[in-house]
Design a protein around this ligand. Sequence first.
Ligand code: MG
Ligand code: MG
Length: 275
Amino acid sequence: MMLRTHGIELKTPAQIAKMRVAGLVVAQTLEKLRAAVAPGVTTGDLDALAAEHIDGCGAEPSFKGYRGFPATICTSVNDQVVHGIPGSLELREGDVISIDCGSIVDGWHGDAAISVAVGEVPPEVTEMMRVCEESLWRGLAAAGLGGRVSDISFAVESYVRSQGRYGIVEDYVGHGIGSQMHQPPNVPNFGRPGKGPKLVKGLALAVEPMVTLGTKQTTVLRDDWTVVTTDGSWSAHFEHSFTLTDDGAWVLTALDGGRARLSELDVPCAEPEPA
Ligand code: MG
Ligand code: MG
């Protein structure tokens, strides 16, 4: 049964449990890919690894065939922000690659992304990646029952702005997730707190800041998918899907449910004990 308020799908605990399984498939796949990133590896190699792992879990990739997307994962290198198509591109020492992965288990989705350095990258790139990932966790930590969606947006933006002059991409935003990969509401990475839909039990959202070393402006390449920065500046992208419990965010796409990172931010662990 699907409960909807204002077009927002609220999940039952059983449905959230399926999303947790899908989220774990995504988390494990991304860990595999992180370990495989190295100079000489192609983005197509990573895609094949992801396809094999997701299939081996008895899950399906969310992206393949989504509006005609031709691959299992998105691989976005350097000035590519999101939605890059895996292929013959060979990673080189000093590149940064963002990998976005989604999986479906029994019709329920998980969606997450990481950025990974290929060998040694310049310190400003390492720092941008850190800022982007930390802003994601600040956003997740700001999500509490009774709050509003833009509490997350505000926490993400405030953290990034506090760390330096970065671009925060506005053309692409986080989203509701559940029986579809993308559903209402939008979860922007910028804005004032206390706005937007209420954060309630059964809601599941994907938070996904995209941070650049230059502009926030993006454009789409002629493949109709790959999003790049208009000024060629490099970017990072991190994403997690989460739901809310009485104690705060339960990060469905983190292996530990978000326990370690959220406790660093003084948010009590939200992962329920296994039934
Ligand atoms: Mg994603
Ligand atoms: Mg997403």
